[in-house]
Design a protein around this ligand. Sequence first.
Ligand SMILES: Cc1ncc(COP(=O)(O)O)c(C=O)c1O
Length: 453
Amino acid sequence: MSTIKLRTQIPGPNSKALAARRTKAVPRGLSHGTPIYVAKAEEAWLEDVDGNCYLDFAGGIGCLNVGHRRVEVVDAVRGQLEKFLHTCVQVTPYESYVRLAERMNQVTPGAFPKKTIFVNSGAEAVENAVKIARAYTKRPGIIAFEDAFHGRTMMTLALTSKTHPYKAGFAPFPGEVYRVPFAYCYRCSYSLKYPSCDLYCVRHLEDTFKRVVANEEVAAVIAEPVLGEGGFVVPPPDYFKVLIELCHKHGIVFIADEVQSGFGRTGALFACERYGIEPDILVTAKSLGGGLPLAGVTGRAEIMDAPGPGGLGGTFAGSPLSCAAALAVLDLFECENLLERANELGAHFQRRAHEWQRRWPIIGDVRGLGGMQAIELVQSQQTKAPAADKTKKIAQYCYEHGLITITAGSYGNVIRVLVPLVITSDQMDEALDVLEAALASVCVQRNAVEELV
Ligand SMILES: Cc1ncc(COP(=O)(O)O)c(C=O)c1O
């Protein structure tokens, strides 16, 4: 039985009416990936205000790894609703915050003593990670990567790479941020090939320390273990080990931004585990709260304790409702095979996407780690010129036919999969059938191209 049920043209009349109200009431700077207004959501599907049902490959941009409205999460929040909503942890703290910190210290990579603070959003967590690294090292500089995305606040925009629509028009940004190429092997900035490159992009940092910023001025290197907004780029397996060795050689703190790659998305609780690395600071958000706003900064105890009392915090930071939800999320990862499921879903996606790639030259690259999967679309496999317009058309075809997807990549030419890990195998195939039809709608068959030639 199919999950997707379309009763109206998409968007339906009720969504259209809401869009008209929205245009008057909300600034255009807040954009929407689809024109669909949601009425309810469960597991891996959602229903709009016109009664149309969709499968959801976006998962609230990676916030719903355990599924929409998981009953365990809803029950935990309901339980907290009966007790208190807010006291501010800086005034009268509560046990759930401490328990969640203890559990985060336990489940994050690294057997060393750790401490955790909670804030409201991924960007706020990244901001705090930078503050903590600076307080610890007493150095100003932060090294970030091309194609990185770390948020929309001013410091995180300085760390974010993509100009439009994120950075353009919002300068000046805070200083002391230095950008270097990431290990985006499909589009290597140095035109090299792994493994013969011998990870030149990492080793080149020694040169950066001579020509751009002195190593003793650098507090931290911040990286996403798998680029999120930047297009689900997975660096070579030994990349982060070499990078972290280099950081530690120079007394630089390594910050892993696992806001998007965390909480089971890549088939491990944290993507760092997939590389066998232990970051000094690990930033989490999105699926941590199971749908409620919550973010965390977990790190080596001596680093986390560098800022003095009062140096960290926020009025709503670590809300009791969000802490209750996050404890339920961690329980779910303990008692369900969500990590294994992420790997199964990823492998299935790869099988089908590689088939599409053999058929359609528009698919330049198929890549991912566990359940964090994507296809990069190009005009030609030789030039690799990004096919951004067709990517947009594919995303539009998808939602018009019952599948919510989101795009990514500095060139806007990547379709990414952040499906709730509770999707059934039948639903996954139903969703992939829509994506396949969307690709067919913009593609010329490979043999047809060859015939033309
Ligand atoms: C890797 C990464 N870091 C930080 C952020 C910012 O998180 P938020 O939108 O919760 O501020 C995001 C958001 O997509 C992200 O993907």
